[in-house]
Design a protein around this ligand. Structure first.
Ligand SMILES: *[C@@H]1O[C@H](CO)[C@@H](O)[C@H](O)[C@H]1NC(C)=O
Ligand SMILES: *[C@@H]1O[C@H](CO)[C@@H](O)[C@H](O)[C@H]1NC(C)=O
Ligand SMILES: *[C@@H]1O[C@H](CO)[C@@H](O)[C@H](O)[C@H]1NC(C)=O
Ligand SMILES: *[C@@H]1O[C@H](CO)[C@@H](O)[C@H](O)[C@H]1NC(C)=O
Ligand SMILES: [Zn+2]
Length: 471
C-alpha cells in the first residue's frame, strides 16, 4: 500500500525538482502530504489578501451589486427565451469590460418551451382558483381545458394500487417532502406514471419544504411508451386541502387549462472568460454557475448567485494582479434547468482535453452563508482540498463535505475529474427554488462576499499549485 503510494506519486514530480521523498534534515522521510501541507500553507498570505478584498475591502458587496443590476435589467432567463439571449450578450460585454481574458461564446442548441396562458380552477366542491405553474416541457390542454374528477394519491405505490380508479381522472400527487433529491421524482416522473394508468392530467404538490401558496416549477420528462399528458405543480396548501377533502370522500372536480408550447431548438451559448495560466496555460480549473433560470421570479438565487460569485472569483484574482500557473476558466452554462444541456455539449466538445482538466467547480445550491466545500475525488485529492480549505480559517469556513458535484460538472466528475461545489446554509433554498419567490430579496451581500472569498481562494490556490490535484 505504502509502496504503491510512493510509486504513484513519484511520477507526479518532474525529475528537475529532485526527489521529493528525500529525507529532510532530521532524516525523516517526507511524504506527499507533508509536501502538500507545506506548499499550501505558503498561500496563507495570498488567501488573506483575497479574503480581505472580498469581505472587507473595495470589492465588498460587488457580486451582489452586479447581480442586482443584472436581474433587474434582464429578469428571468428561460431556456430559448429572448431574455436569456439578452443575458448572454449582457454578460459577454460585462466580462470584457471587467478586463478578463478570452471572453467568448460557445454555441449550443437548447430546448425552447413556453408555458403560455394557464390556470387551474377547482369547481367542485366549491370554486377555488388553484395556484399553479406548468412543468417544463409539458404539453398543452385543449383550449377548453380538461375538466375531470381528481384522484389524490400520496405516492406512486398508492397510484398503482388505485390504478382501476385512475382512468380519465386528474391525478393529484400529495407526496411527503423528504428531501429535494428523493421527492423531485414526483415532478420528473409524475406525468408518465399517471399516463400509464390512463389519467388525463397530473398535478404535483410542489417540491418544497415550506410554502406561502407558492407553486414551484421545474423540468419533467415524457417517455415514448405512454401518451403525453399535461402536467403542472400546485401549492403545498392546495394539494393538502384536496387530500383532506378526498379522505372524507368529497368529490373534487378541477378544470385545468394550459397553453404550453414546445418550439424548435434555439441557438444559445455557454459564456466563457479566463485568466490564462502563466506556466501551464493549457491546464484548466473550471469555475461555474448557470445563467439560465426558470421563467418566474428573477432567477437571482438559482443560479444568479452561483454565476456571479464565479465571475467575482476571477475579478478578485485579477484585481490583486494574480496570475495562477494554470488557466482559471469561468463558464456560465446555458440551459441547465432543461437538464444540463449547455454543459453536456461543452463536455462533448472539450473532453478530448480531459487530461488537462484539474478540478471542476460549480455553485448551484445557493449563495447563502457558506459552510464549506463539498468535494468528490480520491482520498488523496480530498487531503489536498482539506489543506486548501484551512486557508479559509480567517473566515472560519474550513469544512470539506462529501458528495461534491452539480448537474453541469457531473459529466467530468463521472470521468474521474475531481469536482467541488459550494456548500451553504441551504435551509431557505428550497423555499424559493423555481418559484416567483426567487428574487433579489432573498440574497444577502455579506453572505455573497463570503461565498466569493471561498470560491476565489479555492480556485486560485488549486490553479497555482505546482501539481494538479491527484485523481
Ligand atoms: C455592504 O452591504 C452591507 C449589508 O447591507 C452594508 O452594511 C455595507 O455598508 C455595504 N458595503 C458597501 C461598501 O456598500
Ligand atoms: C364557478 O366558476 C364557474 C366558471 O368560472 C362559473 O361559471 C360559476 O358561476 C361559478 N360558481 C359559483 C357558485 O360562483
Ligand atoms: C484542447 O487543448 C488545446 C491545447 O490547449 C487547444 O489548443 C484546443 O483548442 C483544445 N480543444 C478543445 C476542443 O477544447
Ligand atoms: C466556526 O464555525 C463552526 C461551524 O462550522 C462554529 O461551530 C464555530 O462557532 C465558528 N467559530 C467562530 C469563531 O465563528
Ligand atoms: Zn440551478
Amino acid at each position: 500500500m505504502k509502496l504503491l503510494f510512493l510509486i504513484v506519486f513519484s511520477c507526479l514530480f518532474p525529475q528537475s525538482q529532485g526527489n521529493p521523498f528525500s529525507n529532510d534534515n532530521d532524516g525523516h522521510q517526507r511524504t506527499f502530504e507533508d509536501i502538500i501541507e507545506k506548499e499550501i500553507a505558503g498561500y496563507s498570505e495570498v488567501a488573506k489578501k483575497i479574503i480581505n478584498l472580498a469581505v472587507y475591502g473595495k470589492a465588498q458587496n460587488r457580486s451582489y451589486e452586479r447581480l442586482t443590476l443584472f436581474v433587474d435589467t434582464i429578469g428571468p432567463r428561460l431556456s430559448g427565451s429572448r431574455n436569456l439571449e439578452l443575458a448572454i450578450q449582457y454578460m459577454y460585454k460585462a466580462l470584457r469590460k471587467d478586463g478578463l481574458e478570452n471572453v467568448h461564446l460557445e454555441p449550443v442548441k437548447i430546448p425552447h418551451w413556453e408555458r403560455g396562458k394557464e390556470s387551474a380552477l377547482m369547481v367542485e366542491p366549491y370554486n377555488h382558483s388553484i395556484a399553479m405553474l406548468g412543468l417544463g416541457g409539458s404539453i398543452a390542454t385543449p383550449p377548453e381545458g380538461i375538466t375531470a374528477e381528481v384522484l389524490v394519491v400520496s405516492s406512486f405505490d398508492e397510484l398503482h394500487k388505485k390504478a382501476q380508479e385512475a382512468h380519465g381522472k386528474i391525478i393529484v400527487y400529495n407526496q411527503r417532502y423528504i428531501n429535494y433529491g428523493e421527492t423531485v421524482l414526483y415532478r420528473s416522473r409524475g406525468a408518465v406514471e399517471a399516463a400509464k394508468v390512463g389519467a388525463k392530467a397530473s398535478l404535483i404538490k410542489s417540491i418544497a419544504p415550506f410554502s406561502i401558496n407558492s407553486p414551484h416549477t421545474g423540468i419533467q420528462s415524457y417517455t415514448s411508451d405512454v401518451p403525453k399528458i399535461p402536467t403542472a405543480c400546485i401549492s403545498v396548501e392546495d394539494a393538502e386541502m384536496m387530500a383532506r377533502m378526498s379522505s372524507r370522500g368529497t368529490k373534487i372536480i378541477v378544470t385545468l387549462k394550459m397553453g404550453a408550447k414546445t418550439y424548435p431548438q434555439a441557438d444559445s451559448f455557454n459564456t466563457v472568460a479566463e485568466i490564462v495560466g502563466s506556466k501551464y496555460p493549457e491546464q484548466v480549473v473550471l469555475v461555474s454557475g448557470h445563467l439560465d433560470s426558470w421563467d418566474v421570479g428573477q432567477g437571482a438565487m438559482d443560479d444568479g448567485g452561483g454565476a456571479f460569485i464565479s465571475w467575482e472569483a476571477l475579478s478578485l484574482i485579477k484585481d490583486l494582479g494574480l496570475r495562477p500557473k494554470r488557466t482559471l476558466r469561468l463558464v456560465l452554462w446555458t440551459a441547465e434547468e432543461q437538464g444540463g444541456v449547455g454543459a453536456e455539449q461543452y463536455y462533448q466538445l472539450h473532453k478530448v482535453n480531459i487530461s488537462n482538466f484539474d478540478v471542476v467547480m460549480e455553485s448551484d445550491e445557493g449563495t447563502f452563508m457558506p459552510t464549506g466545500l463539498a468535494f468528490k475525488g480520491s482520498d488523496k485529492a480530498r487531503n489536498v482540498i482539506k489543506e486548501v480549505m484551512k486557508l479559509l480559517k480567517p473566515i472560519n469556513i474550513t469544512n470539506v463535505f462529501e458528495n461534491g458535484g452539480g448537474t453541469d460538472i457531473n459529466y467530468w466528475i463521472q470521468d474521474g475529474i475531481p469536482g467541488a461545489s459550494l456548500r451553504d446554509d441551504i435551509t431557505k433554498y428550497f423555499w424559493f427554488h423555481h418559484s416567483q419567490g426567487d428574487t433579489m430579496t432573498v440574497q444577502d451581500p455579506t453572505e455573497m462576499n463570503l461565498c466569493a472569498a471561498v470560491w476565489a481562494v479555492v480556485s486560485y490556490v488549486i490553479a497555482d499549485m505546482e501539481e494538479k490535484v491527484p485523481v
